[in-house]
Ligand binder design. Structure first.
Ligand code: ATP
Ligand code: MG
Length: 326
């Protein structure tokens, strides 16, 4: 049977954090043998919240390093920049005619961003974020989109646009499905519902043990547990949620010892530091190798971009054909 197509991307807003990994990247890597994967560096999407483009190229390379260091294989999973494949803009324009402003304003992910980033005047392109994302996915006829929970409303919009296009002009696109990991939303160090770079509550894939230790020291725990000996409530503790992901073998014991007061927050955080560090260490080592190999990174992008342009060009030819503007 033919392998299904995966398309998923991330915005190059700097180094990746563990939320990106556990919400999406982990699945990309795990699935790259069983699917045909394509991974997009969504550099145009960065402009929705940041007009300063001076570090976009470097940030794109940093993100590529993180992807590769975590285990994405460029032979199996072509990686490319959105800005280098013109068809993304072309299909985005057509899709923008097939969706109402009202529908885009109802997008809950947009509402969260407006709140978190304190946006007072929304730009047109930000409202259209999921329209460009739909073009990103459907140009490659993505069927499966491994993403974190915050992206699910965008995949719903992608499905609607695929249906609308197919209904209006004829069958071209599949209706993609989101695919979540077991941790679809990692909580931030400060207790915020989402670990996010813009909220400054992250552990980066590139953090050293010392940096992780300092960050965890300040992490929010059960605010009712004031000193060692007080019984704690693991279910409301950020650090416990990290143990669940990075230290599954000890979760029962930690939960019990926190609840009885036997385990204090300081020791619990040190245990967690050790686990996250051993998890990130191999990524860290690989990262160091890649950081000095710019030529390899550029080659990987050139190769990915050539492949992406071929597929995107074919799909756009089908789109124009269906619309009789070929
Ligand atoms: P940041 O706010 O840190 O810049 P982002 O949400 O802008 O992150 P995107 O490029 O939009 O980053 O997302 C990349 C992928 O990582 C998406 O699939 C998103 O759902 C996922 N993701 C981001 N943060 C988390 C998190 N805290 N938990 C789970 N998944 C996450
Ligand atoms: Mg980001």
């Amino acid at each position: 049977m033919e392998k299904k197509v995966i398309l998923s991307g991330m915005r190059p807003t700097g180094r990746l954090h563990v939320g990106h990994y556990v919400g999406a990247l982990e699945n990309w890597i795990a699935l790259q043998n069983d699917y045909r994967n394509y991974h997009l560096i969504a550099d145009y999407h960065v402009l929705t919240t940041n007009l300063d483009t001076s570090s976009i190229y470097q940030d794109s390379l940093e993100m590529l390093i993180d992807w590769l260091a975590a285990g994405l294989d460029p032979e199996k999973s072509p990686m490319f920049r959105q800005s280098q494949v013109k068809e993304h803009c072309e299909l985005q324009l057509i899709f923008s005619m097939l969706i109402t402003v009202n529908r885009l304003e109802r997008n809950p992910t947009l509402k969260d961003q407006i709140r978190d980033l304190e946006i007072e005047n929304l730009v047109y392109g930000h409202l259209g974020y999921p329209v460009l994302q739909s073009a990103d996915i459907l140009l490659y006829k993505g069927q499966v989109v491994p993403v974190g929970e915050d992206q699910v409303p965008h995949i719903e919009i992608t499905r609607e646009l695929a249906r609308r296009f197919n209904h209006t002009y004829g069958q071209v696109f599949p209706e993609p499905e989101p695919l979540l990991t077991k941790t679809p939303r990692l909580i931030g160090l400060d207790g915020n519902a989402k670990m996010s770079k813009s909220l400054g509550n992250t552990i980066f894939l590139s953090d050293t043990k010392e940096e992780i230790k300092l960050k965890l020291r300040k992490a929010v725990t059960d605010t009712q547990k004031l000193r060692k000996g007080d019984p704690g409530r693991p279910e409301v503790c950020v650090v416990f949620s990290y143990h669940q992901k990075f230290n599954p073998d000890e979760v029962l014991e930690i939960s019990r010892d926190c609840s009885t007061g036997k385990l204090g927050c300081v020791d619990c955080k040190l245990k967690c530091t050790g686990k996250i560090d051993s998890f990130l260490k191999p990524i860290y080592e690989k990262r160091k190798e890649l950081e000095t190999n710019n030529a390899l990174l550029i080659e990987i992008l050139n190769d990915g971009e050539t492949k992406a342009r071929g597929i995107a060009g074919d799909t756009m030819a089908q789109v124009r054909d269906a619309m009789k503007i070929g």
